[in-house]
Write a protein that binds this ligand. Structure first.
Ligand SMILES: [Ca+2]
Ligand SMILES: [Ca+2]
Ligand SMILES: [Ca+2]
Ligand SMILES: [Ca+2]
Length: 229
C-alpha cells in the first residue's frame, strides 16, 4: 500500500513537471510570435521606448520609414527668416516598396503635430522644411527626386536646441522616435544624463541611413548635414 502511494505521488509530480514545461515553452513561443508579427506589421508593437516596432534584422536597418536626420541647431549661413523657419527633418524609406504617408504625422515634445502625406518611394527621402522649396534650395543642395514638403510654420513647436524629441506616427500609431540634449525620451539606451547634442550648424543623422536600434548612437554628429541623401 505504501509502495503504491509513493508511486502515485511520483506519477503526479512527473505529470506536473511535464505540464509546467509545456506551459513555459508555450509562453516563450507566443512572445516570439507577437514580436515577429508586430515587426512585419510595421506599426506599434514591442521593442521601442514607447512600443515602436523594432529593426528588421542583424543589419539594424528598420523595416519602416524613419526619422533619419534632424537639423535643429541652425548656423548663420543657413538661416532664412529666423532659426525656427530654417530647421528641417529628413524622413527616409529603407523599404523596397513605396510607402503611402497619408495620415502620417511628425510631432515634437510639445505634441505640436505636422501632417505628412503623399507617396515616399523605396529608398527615397522626404524633407520636412519650415520654408518654401525654392528658398530652401538657395542654401542647401538637394538631390533630384527628394520630396520637399513645407510645414505650416515652424516644425512642431520649433525644435529646441537644448533638448527636444521627434515622434513619427502612422494614423496615431507610433512608428519611430528620437531625441537630443536634455530630452532623453527618444531612445532605450545611449543617453547618460543627456542625449548627444551636436553644436551650431551640425545635424544628427542615422549611420547608415535607416539604422535603428533605438540607441542614441544610431545617430552621428554631422558637421556637413546632408538633406536628401
Ligand atoms: Ca532650433
Ligand atoms: Ca519643440
Ligand atoms: Ca526607432
Ligand atoms: Ca541625410
Amino acid at each position: 500500500m505504501l509502495l503504491l502511494s509513493v508511486l502515485l505521488v511520483e506519477l503526479v509530480l512527473l505529470t506536473m513537471q511535464k505540464s509546467q514545461a509545456f506551459f513555459s515553452d508555450s509562453a516563450v513561443s507566443s512572445l516570439n510570435t507577437f514580436t515577429a508579427v508586430s515587426e512585419f506589421s510595421g506599426s506599434s508593437g514591442a521593442g521601442g521606448p514607447s512600443g515602436e516596432s523594432g529593426p528588421l534584422g542583424p543589419s539594424g536597418i528598420a523595416n519602416h520609414p524613419v526619422i533619419n536626420e534632424v537639423y535643429y541647431d541652425v548656423d548663420s549661413l543657413h538661416q532664412f527668416i529666423d532659426e525656427d523657419h530654417s530647421e528641417w527633418v529628413e524622413i527616409y524609406n529603407p523599404l523596397a516598396t513605396e510607402v503611402d504617408l497619408t495620415g502620417w504625422t511628425i510631432k515634437d515634445s510639445q505634441n505640436s503635430s505636422e501632417p505628412l502625406g503623399g507617396l515616399l518611394p523605396a529608398g527615397n527621402f522626404l524633407l520636412l522644411i519650415a520654408t518654401d522649396a525654392a528658398s530652401f534650395q538657395t542654401k542647401w543642395t538637394v538631390p533630384p527626386g527628394t520630396i520637399l514638403m513645407g510645414a505650416s510654420g515652424p516644425i512642431g513647436n520649433t525644435l529646441a536646441n537644448m533638448g527636444d524629441s521627434l515622434i513619427l506616427e502612422n494614423n496615431e500609431s507610433e512608428v519611430d522616435r528620437m531625441s537630443w540634449g536634455t530630452n532623453t525620451s527618444g531612445f532605450i539606451s545611449g543617453c547618460t544624463g543627456n542625449c548627444p547634442d551636436p553644436g551650431d550648424g551640425h545635424s544628427l543623422e542615422r549611420e547608415p541611413d535607416g539604422f535603428d536600434n533605438d540607441d542614441a548612437y544610431d545617430f552621428k554628429d554631422r558637421s556637413s548635414p546632408s538633406p536628401g541623401s
